[in-house]
Design a protein. Structure first.
Length: 235
């Protein structure tokens, strides 16, 4: 852990907490810092990827953006786990529903992630790797949703490298019980596994690929607070 600052994070060793809650949008990270953290201090602004460390109910925690897509979260989570001593990363993000009972604002807790990404090829494994969440974090997140009365489902998500696709395979993933589409989970789960650490992805449904429901960019930035409540309950 001597390679700090990194090319993408300007923090010095010790300025980032062992638990980091991450969001694709750096402005969502700033929103979390303002809403949840006591005495937040900014530790990163490289490429506009904001990061802050403060306390939540007396416990030290950091929040940070991770950008869009598997390559982006792959870089940031790798550096946090391997160079900054981070032990736990919880992603709070948006997802498109593939399930008829998941509507705008509902939560998906990603137990596992299917993907069309080639990220796992770097490990040269003799088969197909199944990226999964940390069970203890997942169980506590589900318990928190039950306690707070938040509507949620736990299961598989599909993490795609492609946002604007030439082919529509949503129905095939739905037929395999996949709950929603997002773009980051497998890289986070693989980096956690490889470094011996923990990770969990909690997503809010921002649109439905079944009904056509959709939220605005501002709503995605500032109103998806239920998943944040759940994430901070895990600190």
């Amino acid at each position: 852990m001597s390679n700090t600052p990194t090319p993408h994070i300007e923090a010095k060793l010790g300025e980032i907490a062992e638990t980091v809650i991450m969001a694709g949008d750096p402005l969502r990270a700033k929103f979390m810092a303002d809403k949840f953290l006591e005495n937040p201090v900014q530790f990163n602004n490289v490429r506009g990827m904001l990061g802050f460390t403060g306390t939540y109910k007396g416990k030290r925690v950091s929040v940070m953006g991770h950008g869009m897509g598997i390559p982006s979260i792959g870089i940031y989570s790798y550096e946090l786990y391997n160079f900054y001593g981070v032990k736990t990363i919880i992603r709070v993000g948006s997802a498109g529903s593939l399930h008829p009972e998941l509507h705008l604002g509902d939560l998906v807790i990603a137990m596992g992630s299917c993907t069309n990404s080639n990220y796992a090829a770097q490990y040269d494994l003799p088969g197909t790797y199944a990226p999964i969440a940390d069970f203890e974090l997942l169980r506590r997140a589900a318990d928190t949703c039950d306690r707070l009365g938040y509507h949620y489902k736990v299961g598989n998500v599909f993490s795609s490298d492609v946002f604007y696709s030439e082919n529509a395979y949503n129905e095939k993933w739905m037929n395999m019980g996949v709950l929603a589409v997002e773009m980051e989970a497998p890289a986070l789960y693989m980096n956690a596994a490889r470094s011996g650490n923990r990770a969990l992805v909690i997503c809010t449904i921002s649109d439905s690929l079944i009904t056509g429901e959709v939220t605005t960019a501002e709503e995605r930035q500032t109103s998806f607070t239920h998943m944040m409540d759940v994430a901070f309950s895990l600190i």
